[in-house]
Design a protein around this ligand. Structure first.
Ligand code: DI6
Ligand code: FE
Length: 417
């Protein structure tokens, strides 16, 4: 039991609820009929209500009785391309008519068409289009989101995207973790000159991103239709040299052994991973990386090759889940739907799916010291759900039983701006 300090006043006491703490060995880390005390935005006491000292209720400035609701850590969406302009419904129709994602990309569609939209958009318009998606995520319990650049692909527009990310964090109730993904696709003006583009990413963009402190991590799309291993290495050298953590889009469409390459740079995570090999799994385990699985993209591209979930489990590699929210391969803002897809398509348990959007997602962002589970000392970021058991979160196909979210101890009500 944790020490109790109810001599100084606490800001809020949360009672009449069940807690899925996502700590310990048991699935969900359940505390039935639990209680949580919050002061200065952090959890200062958590446990079964019967252990709560009677003085706690009188020393709390506010008491929230939740009517038997379930409380989970606030959901963390650790891989998104949430900032973009326009959409790709036309391309969706083309794909349904028989064109493949790679064919569309090679014909100048795909990512590049979103790049054109983003370059045309003002910062204001990009913000307005993106904040709606963030609001939709928040309505599903999200309190932290990672957002990647990668649709600007020149210095000015990559910075524009990251400034929008910063504004989203400042002007909404959602915590934003920005990632620089200059190496997402080759912009048309660098056709056949990909090494020159990588030089621009490293020398120009990254320098500017670091100077303005606009990103916490650097990501690379390492794939035969994107950037090579050598190019990825060059970017990771520069990024780690500048003190940034790295992550990688790897093994999505083929096995380029990108996860193992990233392991050599103490990467936070490797993401997608349908084609991850046994060697890749072991490299990730040794480097204590997180495997970020993205069932939305798998579903939307009608992929058939499954990520090696059993191998990851056996090797003890934590599995996070994310929406991959993007206009081309995962046009969704729904973490709950991703949990359902991960259970049905990838064979995760509902408890693993929730861990994928909480404790393991926090680690994929290097934020696990402060968020991702409900424990003494953690930020009081949580979601309150009108459900009977936590498996319901992965059970519904769409829909959201969310009652409210709380960020740093503050209940978030209504529209998030
Ligand atoms: N992998 C993906 O699935 C997305 N980016 C990436 O590196 C696709 C992004 C897009 O098509 O706009
Ligand atoms: Fe992605």
């Amino acid at each position: 039991m944790n020490p109790v300090h109810f001599d100084s006043p606490i800001d809020a006491l949360w009672i009449d609820c069940h807690l899925a703490t996502m700590t310990g060995e048991k699935p969900y880390g359940t505390i039935e009929d639990g209680a949580m005390a919050v002061a200065d935005g952090r959890i200062v006491w958590i446990g079964p209500r019967r252990d709560l000292p009677p003085v706690a209720e009188s020393s709390a400035r506010r008491v929230y009785a939740l009517n038997g609701a379930w409380v989970t850590p606030g959901l963390i969406d650790c891989h998104t391309h949430l900032i973009y302009a326009g959409n790709r419904a036309l391309e969706f129709e083309m794909r349904l008519g028989g064109a493949t994602y790679e064919e569309i990309a090679q014909a100048g569609g795909g990512i590049v068409s979103t790049v054109n939209e983003v370059r045309k958009a003002t910062e204001e318009s990009l913000f307005d289009q993106s904040v709606r998606r963030l609001a939709a995520m928040q309505a599903q319990g999200v309190t932290t989101v990672e957002i990647k650049s990668g649709y600007g692909l020149d210095t000015q527009n990559e910075l524009k995207m990251l400034r929008v990310a910063r504004r989203l964090g400042a002007e909404t109730a959602v915590r934003v973790c920005p990632t620089f993904l200059g190496a997402h696709a080759l912009p048309p003006e660098y056709r056949d000159r990909s090494d020159d583009y990588v030089a621009l990413v490293v020398e120009d963009m990254l320098t500017a991103v670091v100077a303005e402190n606009l990103a916490e991590a650097v990501d690379v799309f390492c794939e035969r239709i994107a950037f090579s291993r050598d190019q990825t290495r060059r970017i990771f050298e520069a990024a780690t040299g500048a003190g940034l953590r790295v992550k990688i889009h790897a093994e999505q469409l083929s096995d380029t052994n990108g996860a193992a390459l990233a392991a050599g740079y103490q990467a936070l995570s490797a993401d997608h991973l349908e084609y991850l090999s046994a060697d890749g799994i072991h490299a990730m385990a040794a480097a204590q990386m997180v495997a970020v699985l993205l069932p939305g993209a798998f579903y939307f591209l009608k992929e058939t090759r499954l990520p090696p979930v059993a191998g990851l489990r056996k090797a003890g590699v934590p599995m996070a889940l994310a929406t991959d929210c993007n206009p081309g391969t995962s046009p969704t803002t729904s973490p709950l739907l991703m949990m359902n897809l991960a259970c049905i398509l990838f064979g995760l348990t509902p408890a693993e799916a929730l861990a994928g959007f909480t404790v393991h997602a926090a680690r994929a962002l290097g934020r696990d010291q402060h968020i991702g589970c409900l424990a003494t000392g953690k930020m009081a970021d949580f979601a309150v759900w009108d459900i009977q058991r936590p498996a319901e979160l992965a059970y519904y196909i769409g829909g959201s039983p969310l009652t409210m979210t709380v960020k740093a101890g503050v209940p978030i009500k209504g529209p998030i701006r």
